[in-house]
Design a protein around this ligand. Structure first.
Ligand SMILES: [Mg+2]
Length: 333
């Protein structure tokens, strides 16, 4: 069920935990309007944290990228899965512990920030930490995999199957995790979304009392919000779209659905049930014989909200996702 918020989200929540790719930027470029919408939310007192599963880029690089897109950001506003992985390691092992590093610069810096000592695959160590790193050698992966199989504790920054690159979508760290997991039969502790540590680390650093997770992916951002028990906003500027939304399981359903970050400065109405249909403003959605029908003219955001509500009700009743292939998604105004 979508929730309603009679006050704007930036007034109802004190911290926006923003996923980056598909929310603030897409690859190198800003999502249109993102800088202005975020500035407006900040002006009204909302704190902002930028969080990313990408473990290879240090927070400095992320903050610089954001500032270039007219989204002012300092190092302290950014939290990465590498930092969350280092927090997991430091909590269990304590300062000074030796950790085999299988990853890039961001992970190395995160270990140092928590007083952990990065060592090579042959060295004495209490754990292995892995994260995306383009220069990680296969020989090192082999050696680390054998040590993990033989019992060395393993923390992975994230399990993303893909990563956007200048040459297109490419295999992400999750592919390496799968390989090592299959070989070793060991499950790593995962730091990034949808696992808890990254979101916990963000709340710990930023101190939000009423945080709101904002993301474009149901299976990482929104599922992660459910894991830590906080509310969430799905924006439609990234990966998850109509097909994913109506097929979302209960633990991947957002609290709110908005077109983009403008939703932060707006109240959030929720659809109401009317017979078998879901209605909001002038928009009305109903699933008939498995097919979603939407009528009415009105706000594009309301179109998405009634479609989500009708789709989830149908899914819960029948176990099947509604067919939305005939629908024309409204253009954002
Ligand atoms: Mg994203």
């Amino acid at each position: 069920m979508l929730s309603s918020s009679s006050s704007a989200l930036c007034d109802a929540y004190d911290l926006a935990m923003l996923d980056l790719d598909g929310v603030v930027y897409v690859g190198p470029d800003a999502v249109p309007g993102a800088a202005g919408h975020l500035a407006a939310a900040r002006d009204r007192g909302m704190g902002v944290a930028f969080i990313t599963n990408n473990a290879s880029r240090p927070p400095e690089a992320v903050a610089t990228h954001l500032s270039e897109l007219d989204v002012p950001a300092t190092v302290d506003d950014v939290v990465t899965s590498a930092q969350a992985a280092a927090a997991v390691l430091a909590e269990r092992l304590g300062e000074g512990a030796r950790v085999v590093l299988l990853g890039g610069l961001g992970l190395e810096m995160a270990l140092a920030e928590r007083g952990l000592q990065a060592v090579g695959v042959e060295d004495e160590a209490e754990a292995v930490v892995s994260g995306y790193g383009p220069d990680v050698r296969w020989g090192d992966i082999m050696r680390a995999a054998v040590r993990i199989r033989d019992g060395l504790w393993w923390v992975a920054s994230n399990t993303d199957g893909t990563i956007p690159t200048p040459f297109g979508v490419a295999p992400g760290h999750g592919v390496l995790v799968d390989t090592v997991r299959r070989f070793s039969s060991v499950e790593p502790v995962v730091a990034g979304k949808p696992a808890r540590p990254l979101l916990d680390e963000t709340v710990r650093r930023m101190g939000g009392e009423r945080p709101l997770m904002v993301g474009d992916r149901l299976d990482t951002d929104i599922a992660g919000a459910h894991q830590v028990g906080i509310d969430s906003l799905l924006v439609l500027t990234g990966v998850s779209g109509l097909a994913e939304l109506v097929a979302a399981r209960r633990d991947e359903r957002p609290t709110y659905v908005g077109l983009d970050l403008r939703a932060l400065t707006e109240p959030q109405p929720a659809p109401e049930q009317d017979g078998g249909a879901w209605v909001l403003g002038d928009q009305r959605a109903e699933v008939v014989d498995g097919t979603m029908r939407v009528t009415g003219e009105g706000e594009p955001a309301d179109w998405w909200r009634v479609v989500a509500a009708a789709g989830w009700a149908w899914l819960d009743e029948t176990g099947e996702a509604a067919d939305t292939s005939g629908l024309a998604v409204p253009a954002a105004s």
